[in-house]
Design a protein around this ligand. Structure first.
Ligand code: NAD
Ligand code: DAU
Length: 354
């Protein structure tokens, strides 16, 4: 089974993963038209897309996925046959401070897109496809053993995870109820170029470069599985084109590590690349109050996408961290521009609460 997308709506394409996806796909498929719909919230940044912004098959539309009138008009104007839906509020700590925005964007926004696509595609479901991008957090928290699989029951624990779980359920309900053509992917922690510096890895790099304290929640014992973002984007491209309708694939990097070990590895790479004395940046680590409801561990069984679609990640944690630190050191201006946004104020509020 293969699907050839031709008029593609990418939501949230100015964010971290969406922009990496567009940078990968737009030059690779010149015969396809890509429309990036993004509201440009604090997390969206058009500077991420400079390499492709002048290509003829790339277009930008600013707007809100939760605005039904605007979304319907976009479908009429562009006649999409494909939606790749990244747009979301994506930061767990923010969802703890302000869950409402997560329900509006992640739940209402997804429903708005589903309704517009269902209406626009009603006579041609077999020619169209909605790729919903989701997270491993919908499955909840693991102990030291075990892995999530496609059929693991949902058990979200943060407002962010609950809003993503609700969106996933809506997508599947459209498949079951209306025969709506979707594919879904749930992915582990991504890292790499263009990630907003509220997330652990770019935050550590930024703070190391400014000689600021590096906050590690709790004892740093929580475990995450890290996936380099371009490996994720290659997997997404395969799923969109090769998966069967209603397939779900889990995409993980199989690179599990505790947060404290990750921060140590990252700071050692940082010190090497900046010719610091070994261990200099580790002095900045500070243990701070834990995230409320902090999920202990995520791990994914990625064997189905490896066996059925032939995907393997090109980066392990070592090569991925080397590439990531090098990218942030080469792109200080990008980071400075990001810091011009509301980030610092948010950071203070966050730490005021700990
Ligand atoms: P991000 O926060 O970096 O980017 C989100 C983008 O969505 C931004 O460009 C923002 O402007 C846009 N957006 C937000 N609200 C919008 C709205 N109402 N209308 C239109 N655009 C809006 O997020 P990310 O890390 O790139 O994550 C992308 C997707 O991948 C999300 O659905 C997230 O749940 C999922 N995901 C992320 C990770 C990860 O590690 N980052 C892992 C698994 C799944
Ligand atoms: O698992 C996929 C999810 O990964 C995505 O769905 C989310 O969108 C994405 O943000 C990410 O969620 P996490 O909460 O795992 O990522 P974050 O970078 O915020 O935190 C990673 C781990 O590091 C987590 O255990 C919390 C911890 N942490 C985080 C920050 C920001 C710290 O110890 N200190 C920090 O300052």
């Amino acid at each position: 089974m293969s699907f050839t997308p031709s008029r593609i709506l990418v939501t949230g394409g100015a964010g971290f993963i969406g922009s990496n996806y567009l940078l990968h796909c737009v030059p690779s498929y010149p015969a396809a038209q890509f429309v990036n719909l993004d509201l440009l919230t604090y997390a969206g940044n058009l500077a991420n897309l400079r390499q492709i912004e002048s290509l003829e098959n790339y277009h930008f539309e600013r707007g809100d996925v939760a605005d039904p009138v605007f979304i319907r008009s976009l479908f009429e104007r562009w006649q999409f046959d494909t939606v790749v839906h990244f747009a979301a509020e994506s930061h767990v700590d923010r969802s703890i401070l302000d869950p409402g925005e997560f329900v509006r964007t992640n739940v209402t926004g997804t429903l708005t897109l589903l309704q517009a696509a269902k209406e626009a595609w009603k006579d041609r479901f077999d020619e169209c496809r909605f790729h919903h991008i989701s997270t491993d957090e919908v499955f909840g928290s693991l102990g030291l053993e075990g892995e999530f699989r496609e059929d693991t029951a949902y058990a979200p624990r943060s407002p962010y995870a609950a809003s993503k779980a609700a969106a996933d359920h809506l997508v599947r309900s459209f498949g079951t109820t209306y025969g709506f053509p979707y594919v879904m992917t749930n992915t582990s922690n991504n890292y790499g170029p263009f990630q907003f510096p509220e997330k652990l890895i770019p935050l550590v790099i930024r703070n190391a470069s400014e000689r600021k304290e590096i906050p590690v929640y709790g004892k740093g014992e929580n475990i995450r599985d890290w996936l380099y973002v371009t490996d994720h984007c290659e997997a997404l491209d395969l799923v969109l084109r090769q998966a069967a309708t209603e397939d779900t694939f889990l995409i993980g990097g199989s690179q599990e590590v505790t947060n404290l070990d990750l921060v140590h590895l990252l700071l050692d790479v940082y010190d090497r690349q900046t010719s610091n004395e070994p261990g200099r940046s580790r002095e900045l680590i500070r243990f701070v109050g834990d995230r409320p409801g902090h999920d202990f561990r995520y791990a994914l069984d990625s064997s189905p996408i490896q066996n059925r679609l032939g995907w393997t990640p090109k980066h392990d944690l070592t090569s991925g961290l080397e590439a990531t630190v090098a990218w942030y050191l080469d792109n200080q201006e990008w980071m400075d521009a990001i810091f011009g946004k509301d980030y610092l104020a948010y950071y203070e509020v966050q730490y005021g609460n700990r």
